[in-house]
Design a protein around this ligand. Structure first.
Ligand code: SF4
Length: 488
């Protein structure tokens, strides 16, 4: 039996389908937090009181039988040609059924219709007459008050949205226009299951929706050398060059080079034996940094449904920060904050109290992260706007010299994360930390936040603090490294 996710994987890459189908499913930790049962909220929105509720492992006939006795079918399971689907809502009308999809996002886009078309394909092949199709999705304009207002939280829409989030095609029209007969694909999937594993082939699908989880296994990427041509960033032709026998950055084919500053720094680093830095550019950038320097890092959670007053759908909630302060005499002090539930006011007050009134504030990727978070907090709590925007105005992004190609070390292997750069400058770095990357921090915080009285709480808080503090400590190490290079 297959699910739509299997079909999606097969269409992306048959080998991906084979590998994931044979893998034991592990529990999935979503990037975005969803505490409320969205189906229950949507039931409230649709004002349904009497309904059949499908559950996991239902026989496919169960929902079909229930259609004789109920006007509403919720989460009904149906099957056709071995493809099993779960249908959010079906509502009986005079001469057929209205179908409601449930999309837990703000804008269901028309370029991702496989889920919708394959669902309708199974339904009509079960002789269900679909009269109308709507999508229930989240309302991006809704701002929560004290209580969640389900009527305002959702929008019921009969159209998809385009890339600019403007109204686009009619849902029913597009689904019927794009729907195909999936029988032959399903039978190919069936045959493939019994066959040998398909050989890996580097195609756009390997990286198009983010790097495929099997990429390193398929192409031995972890084993590539530091100065391999395959580490060249934003390069359309690196794989072609590799295929043509070009192995190293310094041997790059200039006719097939986009020529960005980052690429230039990479090539120069290889030519120099591993390290390149633009002494003048780096000195100029460093000269703008004023003592005391505050190294700041936030951790935050993203909620699909706003949990607290003043929040919108997909708003983020900063729950922790670490702050290392470096003064002119090389003294370091450390301050930190971690909170649970609605942390916003406590975090603001602590931050305003902890951060020096003067000097630069350094954050890695701070333009896209810490600056944004502070702006959001200032918007939600205008009474703190002045102090928060003062902090905002002093933030300098430590990623800037790396992004601008002012420095590159081939040991970075084309990766620009704080952790990767730290591993170049300090061998120990994040090694041995229980929590050693951002999403792990979020999952651990989520675990404690949901059950504040659990026994592991203190241990998790200790590990969260160690991780966040390592981020700001790493920034000091990297800052000192850059300083040392320019005085050489
Ligand atoms: S890395 Fe590419 S070839 Fe390998 S499974 Fe993924 S999509 Fe398929």
């Amino acid at each position: 039996m297959y699910h739509i996710s299997d079909l999606r994987k097969y269409l992306r890459c048959p080998r991906l389908f084979q590998l994931s189908f044979n893998e034991k499913s592990t529990s999935f930790n979503p990037y975005v937090r969803l505490d409320q049962q969205v189906t229950e909220l949507a039931i409230e929105k649709l004002k349904i009181d009497d309904y059949f509720l499908g559950v996991v492992n239902d026989e496919p006939d169960k929902a079909l039988d229930a259609m004789n006795n109920y006007d509403w079918i919720v989460k009904g399971r149906f099957e056709y040609k071995n493809l099993r689907i779960k249908v959010p809502f079906l509502h009986k009308n005079e001469d057929g059924w209205n179908l409601y999809f449930l999309f837990i996002g703000n804008f269901p886009h028309e370029d991702d219709v496989l889920f919708y078309t394959s669902t309708v394909w199974v339904l009509i092949n079960n002789d269900i007459n679909i009269k109308d199709i709507n999508i229930i999705h989240l309302n991006n304009e809704y701002v929560r008050e004290d209580e969640l207002d389900v009527n305002k939280l959702f929008v019921i829409s009969n159209h998809f949205y385009n890339a600019k989030n403007n109204k686009a095609s009619n849902v029913k029209e597009l689904i019927f226009r794009k729907m195909r007969d999936y029988s032959s694909i399903l039978s190919k999937m069936n045959n493939l299951e019994e066959n040998e594993l398909v050989e890996p082939k580097r195609v756009k699908a390997c990286t198009r929706f983010g790097k495929c989880k099997y990429y390193d296994d398929c192409f031995n990427e972890e084993k590539i050398e530091d100065n391999s041509i395959l580490t060249l960033v934003s390069s359309q032709y690196k794989h072609h060059m590799y295929k043509d026998g070009i192995r190293y950055l310094k041997d790059v084919d200039l006719d097939r080079l986009e020529g960005s500053r980052k690429q230039y720094a990479q090539i120069r680093a290889d030519e120099n034996g591993g390290l390149f830095y633009d002494k003048f550019g780096l000195s100029l950038w460093l000269s703008k940094i004023k003592f005391p320097i505050s190294f700041l890092d936030f951790e935050w959670e993203t909620f699909s449904i706003p949990p607290y007053k003043g929040m919108k759908t997909y708003d983020v909630l900063p729950f922790q920060y670490s702050l290392h302060i470096l003064d002119e005499n090389n003294n370091i002090t450390h301050k930190e904050f971690i909170g649970f539930n609605d942390t916003r006011l406590d975090l603001i007050n602590n931050l305003i109290n902890d951060i020096p009134l003067e000097g630069s504030i350094m954050a890695y990727n701070g333009n896209a992260a810490e600056k944004l978070r502070i702006k959001e907090l200032a918007k939600s709590f205008p009474e703190y706007k002045k102090q928060l925007m003062n902090i905002h105005s002093r933030i300098i992004d430590l990623q800037f010299p790396f992004d601008l190609g002012l420095i590159y070390d081939t040991r970075m292997k084309g990766q620009y994360s704080l952790k990767r750069i730290m591993s170049v400058v300090d061998e120990v770095g994040y090694d041995g930390l229980e929590i050693d990357e951002g999403m792990k921090a979020v999952y651990n915080w989520r675990f404690v936040d949901r059950a504040v009285n659990n026994e592991e709480k203190e241990e998790i808080i200790k590990n969260l603090k160690l991780y966040c503090a390592m981020d700001t400590y790493s920034m000091i190490v990297i800052y000192r490294w850059l300083k040392k290079l320019v005085v050489k």
